[in-house]
Ligand binder design. Sequence first.
Ligand code: LLP
Length: 422
Amino acid sequence: MDHFQYKNGELHAEDVPISEIAAAVGTPFYCYSTATLERHYKVFAEAFTGQNALVCYAVKANTNQAVIRTLARLGCGADVVSQGELRRALAAGVPAEKIVYSGVAKTEEEMAFALTSGIHQFNVESEAELEQLSRVASDMGKVAPVAFRLNPDVDAKTHEKIATGKAENKFGISWKKAQDVYAQAAALPGIEVVGVDVHIGSQLTELGPFMAAFERVAGLVKELRAAGHNIRRLDLGGGLGVPYMRTNAVPPHPVEYAQMIKAVTGDLGCQIILEPGRLIVGNAGVMISKVVYVKDGEKNRFVIIDGAMNDLLRPSLYDAWHDILPVREASADVALNPVDIVGPVCETGDVFAKGREMPPLKMGDLVSLMTAGAYGAVMASTYNTRPLVPEVLVKNDQFQVIRQRPSYEDMIGLDIIPEWLD
Ligand code: LLP
């Protein structure tokens, strides 16, 4: 459920008409709903009531500090994958002891910063990373709490670009090598083994692949304990999908997911760490864009909007479907016609929807690309020297810009002309 609904024939974010924000901020822009963010976090966290669970929001999905702080105020932790994300999470008010650090390529500098911060856990993804972490921690006189991210070789049944749990993916360490790496870690200075970690992919819409992976790691926890390792945390990653179409089959509810986890891991007595990203922010955000031109090609009608693939990359990169709604509600009896909704960027792939059945749209109309709160603004670029798309947060009847649109001077001023061209 989200708080982007039509009221009096116009799309609102909570109690604010979208057109009012567009008039103040200009288009395109991202708009997030506080009530939706809070609701999604609470539904997820409450599903784990009675289990010893720590919810660490995967901030990569949406790193705006206002979003992170909204969640941190509710007690949410953070999953980070870079020093930048760690700094953002800390700046937004997430306590270090609720932060886990994932990622295949943590550098020495990143490790040192995380050790100084005192994070909850490093999710280590290779022997080389383990050795480096041991060196960095020992030199600093610190001990790094470590979980190994194990690759369970399970098919997540999701888009190939966001599947991470197969043997051929770069992520994690083969589950078959678990005993070896835990033994290696036990012998190294500066390392304290605390848990096991797994994350098999994103936008999963079935429980089966999760269950297969969790059963595998639960079995490993028992074997590792039998070998003398004090495994007390189980990080189960993120990945629970969201519906991108209002009419689409609905992914499992967090309650079903939590029950399955309890059934598979409940007897282990581990702290369960969860890293949801998309589930928390996906439906809490939309991208608002304006129709620049409507043009009839030989075969298709193009609705050209002022948002582009550089602002919301998902359709170009993953052929992702985003519902697209006119901000002014179409009357129920109006005829729908297929159009291609495209952006202004000079790439054939700059397409949001092909042959989408839409009510009539004309120059100046606003449209809303739904379910754009996750992996939207964070993946934006300035391609074609388009200013980074701004972000707005709504709370009840208030809204505020939470990231400004940069000026052309800001953007162009980043380039440096070398002396010899002066
Ligand atoms: N934990 C780890 C270690 C991850 O790599 C990810 C996502 C998550 C948690 C959060 O997954 P979520 O709950 O959001 O599915 N840009 C792509 C998605 C990339 C996901 C990367 N890792 C997209 O737009 O679909």
